[in-house]
Design a protein around this ligand. Structure first.
Ligand code: G3P
Ligand code: MG
Length: 257
């Protein structure tokens, strides 16, 4: 059984606010979304921050690599203006800030570990360790008597990087993990077993009903990104997909299912 929310706001607030920011998560909340996906990578001083692209230019003005800047420098950078002048005060958000905000407002997190190339192990390690440190009581409760309820109180760490997932498993094995893959790989089961993942997260565009059935019948959760139409949501849910993230928080209700 899928213990987590079924419909999740992608990158914080989908297309309604600047991605991977507190303003985005807040916007998701205003649309009724108490579940969020966001991307995390490391600053030059090893601090996890919310960011999708490894280089500046799209969501934060400038050029060059995000990994070359410290968390203090990044935290001073404008991550909102690109989206609209109303968001010009919005700064790059640290993972710690995002956790604090989500805990305060009861928002469940799907944390996508998005390491910069070469930092897979370090990123997986730091993200998992920080998550565990912030959810000590929830981890203890889950270990003592695992259930859907105790699992739902923990964030879910996902990544395209097996190295990052392995490192997360070593650092904080009790925090659940998910294997991200754009298409269902032939060795999807082996990957899941290797890192003791609870679910497979995949691009809905390439998923077939047969694959969905196989994954579900094997006992794994199945989550899709990024579903932006009600029609498509209905189709994949009918195949047995457990949940999905969406950019269209204005179109797809958080409590659709
Ligand atoms: O976590 C699912 C999804 O976010 C993966 O794609 O590029 O939006 O991070 P991307
Ligand atoms: Mg993502």
């Amino acid at each position: 059984m899928w213990p987590y929310p079924k419909i999740v706001a992608h990158r914080g607030g989908g297309t309604m606010a600047p991605e991977n920011t507190l303003a985005g998560i807040r916007c998701g909340l205003s649309y009724g979304f108490r579940a969020v996906e966001f991307d995390v990578m490391l600053s030059s001083d090893g601090v996890p921050i919310l960011m999708h692209d490894p280089v500046f230019g799209r969501t934060v003005r400038g050029m060059g690599k995000v990994e070359a800047f410290t968390a203090a420098q990044l935290s001073a950078m404008d991550a909102g203006s690109w989206f609209g002048s109303a968001f010009s005060g919005v700064r790059v958000c640290t993972f710690a800030q995002a956790i604090a905000f989500c805990r305060q407002h009861g928002v469940w997190m799907n944390v996508e570990i998005k390491p910069v190339e070469g930092y897979e192990v370090e990123t997986g390690h730091v993200v998992a360790q920080m998550t565990q440190a912030c959810f000590v009581a929830e981890v203890a409760a889950h270990i003592a008597a695992p259930s859907a309820l105790t699992a739902a109180n923990l964030p879910l760490l996902s990544s395209f990087s097996m190295e990052a997932l392995r490192a997360a498993q070593v650092a904080a094995g009790a925090i659940p993990r998910a294997c991200l893959m754009s298409t269902i790989a032939d060795n999807w089961l082996q990957r899941c077993q290797e890192v003791e993942a609870v679910s497979v997260h995949t691009n809905h565009k390439f998923l077939s009903p047969v694959q969905a059935t196989t994954i579900k019948e094997s006992g794994y959760g199945l989550f899709c990104y990024t579903v932006n139409s009600l029609k498509r949501a209905g189709e994949i849910l009918a195949w047995g997909v457990d949940g999905f993230c969406t950019d269209r928080i204005d179109l797809i209700a958080a409590d659709l299912v």
